[in-house]
Ligand binder design. Structure first.
Ligand code: G6P
Ligand code: MN
Length: 440
């Protein structure tokens, strides 16, 4: 079996220890020769890197493992880059969420003005990182799940039009499939989903099993009767349980398809904004919860000198998923994944140059997306306004245009008013002055 070299960008992420652990669990299926972690934040990465050393000594002694803040070391001779950076860290996530919320607008990591702010930050860092990677490993697969994925994917499409080894992908569809599996009591690997939309803005239209039966009508009925919870409900914070529970509301109002959880912010912007606490957002929940737990656990392992008996906080779907994606490419397995690709007729009544999220067969030559065909007026209208927002956001970045930024935010359903858009934009410009290009 061929062994691969991997680079993890975002070595100091709260998700990284879980990823390292999953690499051990899955090592017989996807064996590694070398693993390098890269982060610009040395302090965070050191803690996780030292944890990794102990973990691998015990569970993966044959692996060459290192961590670095030097891009010249990170990308030499790598086969897969797992990109999970967070430009500005949780400190900026908190601002992304709180600034809009203080004005009564949705405050969310990837949706609305917060997603806009994060998007402009991510584009800069992503372009730099991909140039660094390509200098050393022109053929490596870049598996990107840096957020906001929709905006990042559109920016990368423009900046690297001929690079066909960048795969933009999100784990939320997988989280949803696993959650459907829990409710239906079916192994989620048995599902063959049909899905369309944009990232964090899509719908499952069918959920076939291996025999070709569509389980979606049954699932819809169960959600309407019993509600909906994540597959790992017992490990989730309250805000995620609230998010999943909104699926029942969405299916009640719009029963055709099963929505991505993020659609709650676009279906119900005012209602949902009122439910969020402007003083204590998801960023606070993460900083007080996952972040503390993960770093404490890593420190404990390092002090004890052993990882035996330790349980790094771990979202299986999140960490196993990206490894399984790499495995599917590495061994040409042709598994079905929901990925972000250029439309080119997949959704036949949406423009060709949209970056859409759809089901695809994932091979060693990349994703082969499955045709969706024509979509209905409601979905087309929703997608086209969101798409215009995304495109204008990326225009604003490349043209450094205040006017485009204002247009983008005015179009976003979570804002919906040009006056509010200008106000929130001005506040975000101030908050992001160390990160953003200057808008003229
Ligand atoms: C899901 C989404 C990611 C997002 C994450 C946030 O996994 O697909 O795009 O970043 O949720 O999770 P958190 O626990 O940090 O709020
Ligand atoms: Mn996502």
């Amino acid at each position: 079996m061929k062994k691969f070299n991997i680079t993890v960008v975002g070595g100091g992420s709260t998700w990284t220890p879980g990823l390292l652990k999953s690499l051990c669990t899955l090592k017989d299926r996807f064996p590694l020769k070398k693993l390098v972690m890269f982060d610009i934040n040395e302090e965070r990465q050191n803690i996780i890197g030292e944890y990794g050393k102990i973990l691998f000594k015990e569970e993966y002694p044959e692996l060459e493992f290192s961590y670095t803040t030097n891009p010249d070391e990170a990308y030499l001779d790598t086969d897969f880059v797992f990109m999970q950076m967070r430009s500005g860290g949780y400190e900026m996530r908190e601002k992304d969420e709180k600034i809009p919320l203080s004005m009564g607008i949705i405050g969310q990591e990837t949706c609305g003005p917060g997603g806009f702010a994060y998007g402009i930050r991510s584009i800069t860092d992503m372009i730099k990182t991909i140039n660094d990677i390509r200098k050393y490993s022109p053929d490596a697969w870049i598996l990107n799940y840096t957020n906001p994925a929709a905006i990042v994917a559109e920016a990368l499409r423009r900046e690297f039009p001929n690079d066909n080894k960048i795969l933009n992908i999100c784990d939320q569809p997988v989280n949803l499939l696993r959650s459907y599996g829990r409710l239906l009591n079916v192994d989620p690997n048995q599902f063959e989903p049909v899905y369309f939309g944009l990232n964090h803005f899509g719908w499952f239209t069918n959920l076939y099993d291996k025999e070709g039966n569509d389980l979606l009508p049954k699932l819809r009925k169960m959600i309407l009767e019993e509600g909906f919870i994540p597959v790992d409900a017992e490990q989730r914070d309250q805000s995620w349980l609230d998010t999943y529970s909104m699926v029942r509301d969405m299916v009640t109002d719009f029963p055709d398809y099963l929505p991505n959880t993020y659609l709650q912010y676009y279906y119900y912007p005012e209602y949902k904004a009122k439910k969020l606490d402007p003083e204590y957002t998801r960023a606070n929940e993460v900083m007080d919860g996952r972040e503390k737990r993960v770093f404490e656990e890593c420190r404990k392992v390092v002090e004890a000198g052993t990882s035996k008996g330790s349980h790094v906080t771990h979202n299986d779907a999140h960490s196993e998923f990206i490894i399984e994606v790499a495995e599917s490419i590495a061994y040409n397995l042709g598994r079905i994944y929901i990925v972000i690709v250029e439309n080119n007729g997949i959704i036949s009544n949406i423009q060709d140059d949209a970056m859409v999220e759809v089901a695809a067969v994932l091979t060693s030559n990349g994703p082969r997306p499955m045709s969706v065909g024509k979509i209905g007026t409601f979905y087309k209208g929703m997608i086209e306004s969101q798409l215009a927002y995304e495109k204008l956001t990326v225009d604003a970045y490349f043209e450094q245009s205040y006017e485009k930024a204002l247009m983008a935010l005015t179009l976003n359903r979570t804002v919906g008013c040009g006056k509010k858009a200008r106000q929130v934009l001005d506040k975000l410009i101030e908050a992001n002055k160390d990160y953003w290009p200057e808008f003229k």
